[in-house]
Design a protein around this ligand. Structure first.
Ligand SMILES: [Zn+2]
Length: 275
């Protein structure tokens, strides 16, 4: 049986060595090497952006909570004013009923006619009951005001704490901006240079995968068992057809993606050569 081409290499005692030599995989001037370089820079850019975004998100969250507490304080103060005003009205009403009661007491004391005495006494009792009810409403308003005052103290305490946390977050954010800002600008420029070396079609594939996997646009193609020609994607662990390895090994200027997760595949020696 005559065995030729790829099969001859896979069946040789040193198949990978032969493939590496033939494909010149450690030469960094290849598409795959350029993609690995882009991946390295892109990952750093995303990590720094993520740190900055987290810091900004944290400050924005604290600010949102601070505003909610401020609105709650305004609301409680407004409720307190309303209950106080209602209480004052009840007190005024109680005062006028008391004046009427005092007047009727005088009439009662000066009354000589039993029938008139009974009528005044009856009215007096009714007014006293009415006044008691009004006073209860006043007490209810005072109680509500007191409860709200307690709540106000607690919410104002939370507000003060939130301001401290928010201020500390702003300081941290400024530090982060200072530390990250300059490096991010540098890396953005490096990324632009690295991306300019990649053909548009491959760059689109890279960007799609990077966005989908939070920067993890590339995955190593690993040999599960090279003799049995079993390969897999290191990122999603799915088995890959041998043709993927063959293609990547024979021509590092053609990008190959994982059948399952669609990340761009690379061989470890390329990554080492670039890194
Ligand atoms: Zn995969």
């Amino acid at each position: 049986m005559v065995v030729v081409g790829e099969l001859a290499l896979w069946n040789s005692p040193f198949p990978l060595v032969a493939w590496r030599r033939s494909a010149n995989l450690t030469n960094p001037m290849t598409l795959i090497a350029d993609l690995v370089r882009l991946h390295q820079v892109d990952s750093q850019v995303r990590a720094l952006r993520s740190r900055l975004d987290s810091s900004e998100h944290y400050v924005a969250l604290q600010e949102k909570q601070r505003l909610l507490l401020a609105a709650r304080i305004d609301e409680i103060k407004s409720q307190i004013r309303q209950h106080q005003a209602t209480g004052v009205n009840h007190e005024a009403e109680s005062g006028s009923v008391k004046a009427r009661i005092d007047s009727l007491r005088n009439q009662l004391n000066n009354s000589t006619n039993p029938k008139q005495y009974a009528a005044v006494l009856n009215e007096l009792k009714l007014l006293q009951t009415q006044r008691d009810e009004i006073d209860e409403l006043t007490i209810d308003q005072i109680q509500k005001t007191d409860d709200l005052q307690v709540k106000l103290v607690e919410v104002e305490r939370l507000y003060s704490e939130r301001i401290k946390v928010s201020d500390a977050g702003k300081v941290e954010l400024n530090t982060c901006r200072g530390e990250v800002g300059a490096r991010l600008g540098e890396l953005d420029r490096e990324r632009t240079v690295a991306a300019s070396k990649i053909p548009q079609r491959d760059l689109d594939t890279f960007n799609r995968a990077a966005d989908l996997y939070d920067g993890e646009a590339m995955a190593e193609l690993v040999a599960v068992d090279a003799r049995r020609r079993e390969y897999s994607c290191a990122a999603c662990n799915m088995e890959l057809p041998v043709e993927k390895f063959a293609s990547l090994s024979s021509n590092p200027n053609i990008s190959v993606t994982c059948t399952s997760c669609h990340r761009i595949l690379f061989l470890s020696q390329v990554s080492s050569a670039v890194g």
